[in-house]
Design a protein around this ligand. Sequence first.
Ligand SMILES: O=C(O)CCC(=O)C(=O)O
Ligand SMILES: [Fe+2]
Length: 336
Amino acid sequence: MAQDVPIIDMSAPEAAAAAAVRAAAAGSGFFYVTQHGVPDHLVAEAFAQQRALFALPLEAKMALLQDANNRGYTPFREETLDPAHQKHGDTKEGFYFGREVAPDSPEASKPLHGPNQWPDPALLPDYRRVTWQYYEALNALGMRLLRLLALSLDLPAEHFTPMFTAPLVTLRPLHYAAEVSDPGAGVFGAGAHTDYGMLTILATDDVPGLQIWLPDSSAGAGAGGGGNWHDVAPVPGSFIINLGDMLERWTNGLYRSTLHRVINTTGRERYSIAFFFEPNFDTRVEVLPACTGPNNPPRYPPTTSGEHLLAKYAQTHAGYNVADKEAEHTAPTAMH
Ligand SMILES: O=C(O)CCC(=O)C(=O)O
Ligand SMILES: [Fe+2]
């Protein structure tokens, strides 16, 4: 239903947009944004580059395999987002890019920090430039969305801004196979999951497939968890915004990190670009005072952005093991 995933016009006055964000965030946890300031041609160019990247020979992609910093290629079926319901891994391949962290910088010793693995410029001469331009445009959009989120929680507009001076950002182009999904048999484009972090900015092509799980509105509290999958259709010129587990935690469950999945119903390939926007590694994530009260005690112990994300990644990626990074850095640390 249209109002489950409302369209929020970002050219509206901030207070009005923030009120709309609050309603959506406490409702389905999903909304579209339009008039967001990212030029259509940049989005189109970014998609063209991702198509070219995925069209490279498998050897070229495998040469960029996901590394200990969570940067690089994840092959088809590598990730299983919903192990309890999947016969095999997601019928998608993807790449992870993050904030560019030089190997010799002090930050590089932290998990999830390091240099990106870019494709060979001889193969894709414009890939890095265009993808980085897109990354920076989405970073700027993310900063504007943080203001709206803060205002929506009756916090000062810049409340979250200092927590994003060295953010954990992940740009993840995805390519879904043409294979039709079969939920009954455990075959999914992307298994049902919630996003781990704070904020996701998703661009999709015009092929449908994204669905969100919404409880029955008639069910009422404690009625047994009935619900349905609802399509989140592509809306040209928009981004889909959804909120992740970290924000749910921060708001003590007020803002929703909603279960979603991708199923292929069309037999067509599908491309999307997810942008995960999370606070600095060491940011403390503790239930906001405004989201607790005498009858609403904190449901989550404090954590940090980095700890929270590492725990989540370890659950779903066959190919990702933070111990690799720890092992990599044990020797130099021990020598100090
Ligand atoms: O491709 C999509 O539409 C959704 C991707 C997604 O949910 C994710 O990468 O977390
Ligand atoms: Fe997701």
